[in-house]
Design a protein around this ligand. Sequence first.
Ligand SMILES: Cc1cc2nc3c(=O)[nH]c(=O)nc-3n(C[C@H](O)[C@H](O)[C@H](O)COP(=O)(O)OP(=O)(O)OC[C@H]3O[C@@H](n4cnc5c(N)ncnc54)[C@H](O)[C@@H]3O)c2cc1C
Length: 327
Amino acid sequence: MKRWNGWGETSITNELPENAGVFLDTAIGATTPPKDAALADVVAAVPQSQLTEHPLINTDADMRLRHARGQSFPDWLALRSGSIEAFPDGVAFPQTDAQVKTLLDFAKEHDVKLIPYGGGTSVVGHINPEPGDRPILTMNLQRLNRMRRLDTASRLATFGAGVAGPNLEAQLRAKGYTLGHYPQSFEYSTLGGWIVTRSSGQQSRGYGRIEDLFAGGKLVAPAGELEMPPLPASAAGPDIREMVMGSEGRLGIVTEATVRVSQLPEKEVFHSVFFPDFEAGKTAVRQIVQADLPLSMLRLSTGIETETTLKLAGHERLISTLERLLR
Ligand SMILES: Cc1cc2nc3c(=O)[nH]c(=O)nc-3n(C[C@H](O)[C@H](O)[C@H](O)COP(=O)(O)OP(=O)(O)OC[C@H]3O[C@@H](n4cnc5c(N)ncnc54)[C@H](O)[C@@H]3O)c2cc1C
């Protein structure tokens, strides 16, 4: 189960290596971590729902708490301390496009604010309810998660837009394809979320950003439905898909998306190279880009990021070898 007050699954816990603790103490000073709020106490403080009952809407306090904040640092502080200002009044998990429309109609009829919710990995407050008088409904799209069509001739795959990264890749890989879109939030973020936030991934250099991968789809809005056929190109006016990308849920719900997929590579190889300083790394990256080498990923970390990553992963011997060789 996903943690209610931070990133990751409750079944996976990584202990901090002892030396990493010493490293952090030296880097940021000794600290006394505040005591975490208990789940039961925070659930008990969730106010009564203001929503009219509806068979598709869950108003349990626990469910509403789990949809109250995203995954930014302020969100984590709020969750860990239990200081949460506002909660959705209910959460719905539509399983069909028709249920999405039913819920939009319900929201319109009862003057309810509606928040579309993909994986809830937003780091900019997108999905956090704000305090106010109107009831708030969060629409979690995770049950729209099946591959609906795969056109192998055109290499186009159509999915329910609530599909999360690992599930999307598993369905494609079973057929020999990949989307190749890996934002660092891949485990939980969804195809619809990627489209409406113009997401980019670790391998976007090779496979393209979501703008290059999003070919078409369907948007369900209070006023009706918008079909966006996966046309390769058109000379007729503005491209409506551009309007949907980056719309952050304000125009309607993306229920279905067609994406350009690639055949699985025969082999993938990832290398790490260590440079004596950042300038040398920058020069190498510039030369690689200008030589147009067909890499899917190229990432340069600063010295402090590299050291922190290695220390937290407990790679003490590697660090001392690097210090010896690169000085
Ligand atoms: C640890 C971490 C690493 C991250 N790494 C990256 C990264 O490498 N690259 C990157 O681009 N971003 C990254 N992000 C930011 C975030 O993951 C992306 O913005 C992601 O695209 C959000 O997807 P989501 O499904 O979680 O959407 P949510 O967070 O649930 O929603 C984001 C916005 O999209 C709307 N929305 C979601 N689904 C739909 C839909 N189907 N229809 C209409 N509106 C919808 C919501 O209302 C909200 O406004 C990271 C975040 C974290 C916490």
